[in-house]
Design a protein around this ligand. Structure first.
Ligand SMILES: [Zn+2]
Length: 428
């Protein structure tokens, strides 16, 4: 990192940052590296490379290329709106193919680039990654796309007609293509949106099976109705706001299934943090673990009356000086032994977990200062076991949950100790 960042950061600062990423944000060393380099270098990890690029066929890619040129045909392409650090931007993603295979691609800084399905382009200075054992082609700041005029390319049939695989909703991961799920429609919604200046209707809702729930979205009206059980073929999975979503594209087929179907309740979507890290996130997930840390921004906070953002020293980042309305919140880290999850807990659950009501918090703040509220709450929840349920999303800092429900899990120390003793005795 020192070599890459040069004089943009001194050693002491760098050590402080590494400590913060590893011990406060609880991210892995690779994510820490990427995050710090992005923060101080202003470029993505592709700036690691300065060597000239090599030319490869898709079938030759290993997923570790840092600077590679690829000539390929657009099999599928779409624009996607994503949010990065609170700002929305548009990226281009899809599938590229050549004579040797296909791979998904993403153009992170597309500018005015427009790609036509079926046309052949030169993709220069790409970098590749492996995701779910599949190669992904990325174009970052340095990437360029040029039309390969006059070049035609025949793709082998097998590489584009991939077979769809049956999959349980609870094990759906970001980036999967061609999935088939069977589940019950829990809710439906139709919204009118503008896409490149044209009005379109997007159909969305929640579908569930016995292992989990997922948000679906479709551009075609499949006349989905709440309560019916469906088999959805050839859907693909993309994360939206950090949560995997089932997308029903043009190739999607829907059939009604005549069977009684058990769907999840909140408890059976119970997951470990390790499982969540592998799938990326999801809806109504339940996690049980110890509260190992409480972060700044917990306790008695003030919110902007216009936008509900939490504000600092009476200033909203969007609305300037405002008269804040008080609220209670906990920002904690929950560790279940398999990993750590950030969690934001709302006022009602904060009151229930800490036993500190809004009224008590305001009294405490008045008498002894606002910092005392957070300290009082920390003393009530740190190293306590809790069960939390909510939607989980992932970003560079790992998974985090917006908690909808939280409860204390009382541990009977005596019986736990007896159980442990039994296990130990049985094993010797
Ligand atoms: Zn505001």
């Amino acid at each position: 990192m020192k070599r890459v960042l040069g004089n943009k950061i001194d050693e002491e600062q760098l050590i402080t940052e590494v400590n913060r990423y590893l011990n406060d944000y609880h991210v892995g060393i690779d994510a820490a590296k990427r995050g710090i380099i992005r923060k101080y270098g202003g470029a993505d990890s592709s700036s690691f490379v300065t060597a000239s690029s090599v030319v490869k066929k898709i079938g030759e890619l290993t997923g570790s290329e840092q600077n590679v040129d690829i000539v390929a045909k657009i099999v599928y392409v779409e624009n996607k709106d994503i949010t990065v650090k609170g700002l929305s931007k548009t990226i281009i993603s899809g599938i590229l193919g050549d004579e040797t295979g296909t791979a998904s691609f993403t153009i992170w800084e597309p500018g005015v680039t427009v790609l036509d399905k079926g046309s052949v382009y030169n993709f220069r200075n790409c970098y590749c990654k492996l995701w779910n054992e599949k190669v992904q082609i990325n174009l970052g700041n340095r990437g360029r796309v040029e039309a390969a005029a006059g070049v035609t390319m025949d793709l082998p049939e097998r590489s584009i007609s991939m077979s769809s695989s049956e999959c349980k909703i609870g094990s759906i991961k970001e980036g999967m293509g061609n999935v088939t799920v069977t589940g019950r429609i829990m809710s439906t919604e139709a919204r009118n949106v503008m896409v490149r200046g044209e009005p379109k209707t997007v159909y969305s809702g929640i579908i569930a099976d016995d292992t989990g729930k997922i948000q679906y979205s479709a551009w075609n009206d499949f006349s989905l109705k709440e309560g019916e059980t469906l088999c959805i073929k050839n859907a693909y999975i993309r994360a939206w706001k950090g949560i995997p979503q089932l997308n029903m594209g043009d190739r999607c087929e829907v059939s009604r299934v005549d069977s009684v179907f058990e769907v999840v309740n909140a408890d059976s979507s119970r997951k470990t943090v390790d499982e969540i890290t592998r799938i990326g996130g999801g809806l109504d997930i339940c996690v049980e673990g110890l509260i190992v840390d409480m972060k700044a921004g917990s306790g008695l906070i003030k919110r902007c009356p216009h936008c509900n953002r939490s504000i600092l020293n009476g200033v909203c980042t969007a609305h300037g000086q405002v008269e804040g309305t008080p609220d209670l919140r906990l920002k904690v880290v929950i560790d279940d032994g398999t990993g750590a999850l950030g969690a934001i807990i709302n006022r009602a659950d904060t009151e229930a977990l800490t036993g500190v009501t809004m009224k008590a918090a305001e009294g405490l703040a008045m008498a002894q200062g606002e910092g005392v509220v957070a300290r009082e709450m920390a003393s009530k929840v740190l190293m306590k076991r809790v069960r939390v349920t909510g939607n989980v999303m992932s970003d560079n800092f790992g998974p985090s949950m917006i908690v909808k429900g939280a409860s204390r899990v009382e541990v009977d120390v005596e019986s736990e100790a007896a159980k442990l003793l039994d296990e130990v005795e049985a094993s010797i």
